[in-house]
Structure formats: C-alpha cells, structure tokens
Design a protein around this ligand. Structure first.
Ligand code: NAD
Length: 293
C-alpha cells in the first residue's frame, strides 16, 4: 500500500496529503482549485494525472471534500470512483457527509467488490498540520486494519467505531453538535464579558483553569477572536452543514432536539448574514454586532 490518490486538497486535505508524503507514500493529488494543487506539488506531490490514471496507479484513494454533493459526485457521479476502480483499490472518504451517503457508497462499492471506509476526522487544521488528528472510522475491521498505516501517518487517535459504515460519521456528528453548542456558548459568554467591562485576555487566563474551560474556548479565543482574524480554520458553513446532518440523524431516530434546532437556526442565520466562509468562531462577531439591544 504505497501509492495513494488524494482528492480535495483544501484546508484539511492539503496538510493530510502532506503528512502522507512525509511518511514516504507516493501521493497523487487532485483538486478543482489549481492553487491548492500547486501547494501540494511544491510539497513533493504529483499532480496533473487524470482520474482514470489515478485509479490505475493507486492502491488507495482518499477524499477530503466540502459537501455531500461533492462526495456524491466524486464517488457515484458520471466518472464516479466506485465505477472506475477495480477491487484492488481501496476507497476512503474522510469528509463529513450525510450518513445515508456513506451507506449508498458502500452499497455501490460492494457490488464491485471494492473496499470502502467512511473515516471522518476531528482536530481541525492544526491537528492535520501536526499529524494529531482523531479518526472515527466506520466499516469492516479487516479493511480498517489494512488502512491503519495511512491513518497513523495523518493522526494520533485512531478509532474503529464498528462495522456499520456510518458509525464513524454518526460519532463525528455528535462531536460537531457539541462543537456547535460550545462555539455558541463561548460567543455569547464573551459578548457578555466584554460588555461587563472584563478584559478578555485576563478572563481566559482565569477561566482556562476553571470549569468554564473548554478546548473550543481555547481554540476560538486564542487562535481567532483574540487576533480578530477569522480566516478558516473550520468554515462556519461546514459546521452548519454538520448540524443539519445531526438534526437529520435525530429525525431518523424520531427524536426532537429543541435546543439543537435553535442552534441550527442561529448558524443558518449567520450563513445568510455572509459569515459562512469565515471560521466558525466568527459567531462571536455576529453575536457582538447584532445582540446589543
Ligand atoms: P475546504 O473547502 O477547505 O476544502 C475542500 C477542497 O475540495 C477544496 O479545495 C475544493 O476545491 C475541493 N473540491 C471540491 N469539489 C471537488 C471535486 N469535485 N473534485 C476535486 N476537488 C474538489 O474544506 P475543508 O475545511 O478542508 O473540509 C473538508 C472536509 O473535512 C469537510 O467535509 C469538512 O466538514 C471536514 N472537516 C473539516 C475540518 C476543518 O477544521 N476544516 C475539521 C474536520 C473535518
């Protein structure tokens, strides 16, 4: 398992593919964005191969794509990976998508005797750069064991959830539901602090050693809010997408999650207000600008 194809060289995919290069895998990269491909090429990756060549050359093809639509197109579309590969090639999607899409890809892959894992990640761009990502993998344990060296090259905490293909995605959606709540909570709390004449830096120092501490508070405050710089990171619209999937999962299980619904509406409104392509921590700015009576 030495030759890897990597489709989607964005905020996550670029550092993840670079980690594979650092572990001496040969990596063929592909992205619609030519600048992303150039950055990958400058790190020693191969670009410019067609999808047909990639599937012939590679043992494994990984994807890191922004939406269910993009993943559906790349796996099940006209030149879909599932239809182009033969059973010697393993497919691994690391994107966060609707769980039902994991199931449809697995069904199509099974018909061709192709191994497929749905392996979403957590840890953000910093985790991808530092090779400390958490992988939550759904699918066959045997296939997971074969793919393990790749996960180890990109991450630190590697979990096989269970054999059900969408089990990693469901885990990840619970994680991101919590991220949504934490980010909203930090945003409103810091808005209150600022308007109560508290210094945000000093507040962080104190709460970071109190029960109000969280990894999201540290991340959102230290890396974004404190610098008033909201370049992603994890784009707010991607979090909105995942909250939508979490609500879909709740509906599938006949569950009402009233607070999660309010949360989703808040992020939906933030996207409508033009904050979607900024880091999720920009919710603080939206709340500061709009919540003052
Ligand atoms: P991104 O938008 O930065 O990168 C996605 C890349 O895919 C872009 O470069 C885009 O040009 C490319 N792309 C889109 N359609 C394509 C296609 N058909 N063929 C080839 N390339 C295509 O997104 P990201 O932040 O890197 O996130 C990728 C995935 O990882 C998402 O599913 C996201 O939910 C998940 N994720 C992101 C983070 C984070 O912190 N950014 C953390 C964990 C998981």
């Amino acid at each position: 398992m030495k030759k890897i194809g990597f489709i989607g060289l964005g905020n996550m995919g670029l550092p993840m593919s670079q980690s594979l290069l650092l572990s001496n895998f040969t990596v063929y990269g592909m992205d619609l964005n030519k600048e992303a491909e150039m950055s990958f090429h400058q790190s020693g990756g191969t670009i410019g191969v067609s999808i047909e060549t990639m599937v012939k050359q590679c043992d494994v093809i990984l994807t890191s794509l922004p939406s269910s639509q993009a993943v559906e197109e790349v796996f099940l579309g006209e030149k879909g990976l599932v239809y182009l590969v033969d059973s010697a090639v393993m497919l691994i999607d690391t994107s966060t998508v609707a769980p039902e899409l994991n199931i449809r890809i697995e069904e199509a892959a099974k018909k061709k005797d192709v191994d497929f894992l749905a392996a979403p990640v957590s840890g953000g761009v910093i985790g991808a750069v530092n090779r400390t990502l958490t992988f939550m993998v759904g699918g066959s344990k045997n296939v997971f064991d074969k793919a393990r060296p790749l996960f180890d090259a990109m991450g630190e905490n590697i979990f096989h959830v269970n054999d059900q293909i969408d089990s990693g995605t469901n885990t990840k959606l619970i994680n991101n539901l919590l991220i949504g709540f934490y980010t909203a909570g930090v945003s409103e709390a810091l808005h209150l602090a600022k308007n109560s004449n508290l210094d945000l830096e000093r507040l962080f120092e104190m709460l970071n050693v109190s029960y109000g501490q969280s990894r999201i508070y540290e991340r959102n405050y230290k890396s974004f809010i404190a610098n008033d710089n909201y370049e992603p990171g994890f784009a707010l619209e991607l979090l909105r997408k995942d909250l939508g999937f979490a609500l879909g999962l709740a509906a599938k299980n006949d569950l009402e999650l009233p607070l999660s619904k309010i949360l989703f509406d808040l992020y939906e409104e933030a996207v409508e207000n033009g904050y979607g392509d900024k880091d999720m921590s920009i919710l603080y700015k939206k709340i500061s600008e709009q919540a003052t009576k």
